[in-house]
Each structure stands twice: as structure tokens, then as C-alpha cells.
Ligand binder design. Structure first.
Ligand SMILES: *Cc1c(COP(=O)(O)O)cnc(C)c1O
Length: 395
């Protein structure tokens, strides 16, 4: 039998296995809850982005069912042809009002929102100035745009300004882009300083608030609201897949920018829109953000409690300032071993290594939600302490 054409992929997998970096997908057998069952094991779940517990909120569930009854299960077309339903427009209007911007467009995911927007608004002759830890969807969008990409060290405002000075003479469109909250570190972008630089050097300012939507700012309006920078950020991206509990991404900008994206953003033009149930769920979620601010308060109370607990145990939690708290262990094999042993002991915290984080910065990542009980968080800390000592990660 001739060597299979895809044998090189099998070889790559074999290498991953040898390095103990091969990971089987964990299968969730219950709803997405603070205490869930994965692969037959009930575990305290510190791996979901379900910050406010909205994946199972009764109001959202009901709206999804009602929308399915009323409008069916699918939209049947891309937005730009026959797939724009009343409920899609209602959601975009709701988001624009919520975020205090002129207009918004909803994409199938946060990923397509970033990739579709960056690649649409910039071209070959332009320059993008990007934080080194920006999300993969931003990086892909930058590459698809064919613009020149200048990466600055994480949150380094001075280095960013140096780049902007260098390119100041160039007559082209310039985009300064950053995550609002960084998904692997849990730290917040220096947005006030970056916005000043963007204004000083005439850059378009764009921010990806995936982990800040529903988490930071009044009622979860994101980092622009958190820093009170309304009107000074040209493009805000948010996700509907994390705290909002369903699926999707959105872009907030001027009416004209959004109309331009309706004509040029490729995921909008060439991929089918959300089922009506998803749009209805998201609409209900924005109502919940306004009706139940105590969810966000509880999220932050839990996050502070858990982060303090990890620090007291002696874990290296890096520079986190949000409900995302990494526990940095360095070696990737150790991080995966830590994660596996935690799982066996009843805590699910994902191990993360290269290329998601730099070599030597491997970690497990913990995310607490508003719906974890104090008892669950205390129990999780106990298990982390026990396994951490066994693996000599802490003394
Ligand atoms: C999760 C994430 C996205 C992608 O959002 P989805 O809605 O899951 O596609 C984009 N940017 C950042 C920073 C993220 O963490």
C-alpha cells in the first residue's frame, strides 16, 4: 500500500503524543454549569466563558423556544440576500442602544466579526499596529487584509508610540487594535493611553471586547464604558458567545461604517445568518444585563475571592485583573499533567501551552462565574492546593 498522502499529519500527531501534548476533546454531558459532568466525571467547571450563567437562564431559554415556534429553526440565506429577519435587525438596534453607538452589525461569531471587519476596512497599502497577545481572530483578519502588520510588546504603550512615530510620514490608513481583556492573561488593555495615541497619530482605534462584554463597564458595556471613553473608539467588537451565553459577535461603529461592512465584510456576505432562536436569545440576554446587575456584582465577588485564594496558596497568577486567572507553571507537559490530575480530583481547568501562549509560559486557566457557589470555589481551591503540592508547583 502506498504511503498515504496525509501520513505527515499522523506523524505530527505522533510527535504531540510523544511530547504529552496530545489532547482528547472533553465531552460535556450536562448543561454548561458550575458543576458539570464531562466524560463521566462530575467536576467543578473552571473552563467555561459562561460568566453570568446565561447559557441556562430561564428567560433566554424561553425566548429561544418561542422564536423557534414563531419563525422556524433557520434563516435560510446570508444576511445580504434573503437572510436578514426582523429579529436580526432588532438585535442590532438593541446592541447599538446598549453600547451608546450609532449602529451595530451582528456576525455569526466573535471570530468572524474580527476577521471580517479588519480584512474589510484595510487594504494592502495600509498598516496595522497590534498588541502581541491579540486574539487569533484579529491576527487572521490582519493577514487577510494584506496590510503591513506591526506588532508591539504586550501592553507596552511606549513601544506602541515608537512604531507610530516611525510610520507617521506614511500616507495610508492606520489601525491600532487591541483586545480589551486578554483571554490568556486576564489583564486589561491600557485603553486610555492607546486611545490618546490613536488620536495623536490619526489611527483608527479598534478594540475587541470579547471577554469584557457582560463583564466590565456599567451593566457589562465593556472596556470603553469601564474607562469612560465613549465616542473615542472607532470600532468596538463584542461577542455573544461568552457572557451573553449564546453565539455570535458584533461590531459597533458609525452608521456608515456598519453600512460599509454590510457591503464588504465577507462572513456577512458569504455565510448564513443566525437562526432566529439565537437572535432572540441574545436580545433577552441584553435585557437581563439591565434587569439583573447583581449577576455582574456576584461575578466580581467570586473572582476576587478565588484569585485571592490562589495567591494565598502561593500560585503564580500572573497579571490577571479579571475573572480569568491563569496559574502559570512554565513547562507545557507539566501544565497538561496538572490539568489532568485536577480533572481526576474533580476540577476542570484547561491546560494551555504553546502556541496559544509563548514557550515557557504554559499554564492552566481558571475562569469563575457568577453562578459558582462559595462552597464550590472553596472546594476547588482545596483541590488545587492538594494537586499543586503533589506536583511541587507550590510548596
Ligand atoms: C473568544 C474570543 C473571540 C471569539 O469569539 P467567538 O464568539 O467565540 O467566536 C474573539 N476575541 C477574543 C479576545 C476572544 O477571547
Amino acid at each position: 500500500m502506498p504511503k498515504a498522502k496525509l501520513q505527515y499529519l499522523t506523524d505530527e500527531l505522533e510527535k504531540l503524543r510523544e511530547q504529552k501534548l496530545f489532547q482528547k476533546l472533553r465531552v460535556l454531558e450536562t448543561e454548561q454549569l458550575p458543576l458539570s459532568r464531562f466524560d463521566g466525571h462530575p467536576v467543578i467547571n473552571l473552563s467555561s466563558n459562561n460568566y453570568l450563567g446565561l447559557t441556562t437562564h430561564p428567560k433566554l431559554r424561553r425566548r429561544a423556544l418561542e422564536a423557534t415556534e414563531k419563525w422556524g429553526v433557520g434563516s435560510g440565506a446570508v444576511r445580504a440576500i434573503a437572510g436578514t429577519m426582523t429579529i436580526h435587525m432588532e438585535l442590532e438596534e438593541k446592541i447599538a442602544r446598549f453600547k451608546h453607538v450609532e449602529a451595530s452589525v451582528v456576525f455569526q461569531s466573535g471570530f468572524t466579526a474580527n476577521a471580517g471587519t479588519v480584512s474589510a476596512i484595510l487594504g494592502r497599502e495600509d498598516v496595522i499596529i497590534s498588541d502581541e497577545l491579540n486574539h487569533a481572530s484579529i491576527i487572521d483578519g490582519c493577514r487577510l487584509s494584506r496590510a503591513e502588520i506591526k506588532v508591539f510588546p504586550h501592553k507596552d504603550v511606549e513601544a506602541c508610540e515608537k512604531v507610530l512615530k516611525e510610520i507617521a510620514p506614511r500616507k495610508c490608513h492606520k489601525l491600532l487594535i487591541t483586545d480589551g481583556v486578554f483571554s490568556m492573561e486576564g489583564d486589561i488593555a491600557p485603553l486610555p493611553q492607546l486611545v490618546e495615541l490613536a488620536e495623536k497619530y490619526g489611527c483608527i482605534m479598534m478594540i475587541d471586547d470579547a471577554h469584557s462584554s457582560g463583564v466590565l463597564g456599567r451593566n457589562g458595556r465593556g472596556t470603553v464604558d469601564h474607562f469612560n471613553l465613549h465616542g473615542r473608539v472607532d470600532v468596538q467588537v463584542g461577542t455573544l458567545s461568552k457572557a451573553i451565553g449564546a453565539l455570535g459577535g458584533y461590531v459597533c461603529a458609525t452608521r456608515d461604517t456598519i453600512d460599509f461592512l454590510y457591503h464588504r465584510a465577507r462572513p456577512f456576505l458569504f455565510s448564513t445568518s443566525h437562526p432566529p432562536s439565537v437572535a432572540a436569545t441574545c436580545l433577552a440576554a441584553f435585557e437581563v444585563l439591565e434587569e439583573e446587575p447583581q449577576l455582574i456584582e456576584q461575578l466580581w465577588t467570586n473572582a476576587k475571592f478565588f484569585k485571592e485564594g490562589l495567591k494565598k496558596l502561593g500560585f503564580n497568577t500572573g497579571v490577571s485583573e479579571t475573572p480569568i486567572t491563569p496559574v502559570i507553571v512554565g513547562d507545557a507537559a507539566l501544565a497538561h499533567d496538572f490539568s489532568r490530575q485536577l480533572f481526576a480530583a474533580g476540577v476542570f481547568a484547561q491546560g494551555i501551552g504553546f502556541p496559544t501562549v509563548p514557550q515557557g509560559k504554559a499554564r492552566i486557566r481558571t475562569i469563575v462565574t457568577a453562578t459558582h457557589t462559595r462552597e464550590e470555589l472553596t472546594r476547588a481551591l482545596g483541590i488545587l492546593a492538594e494537586v499543586g503540592r503533589k506536583l511541587k508547583i507550590i510548596g
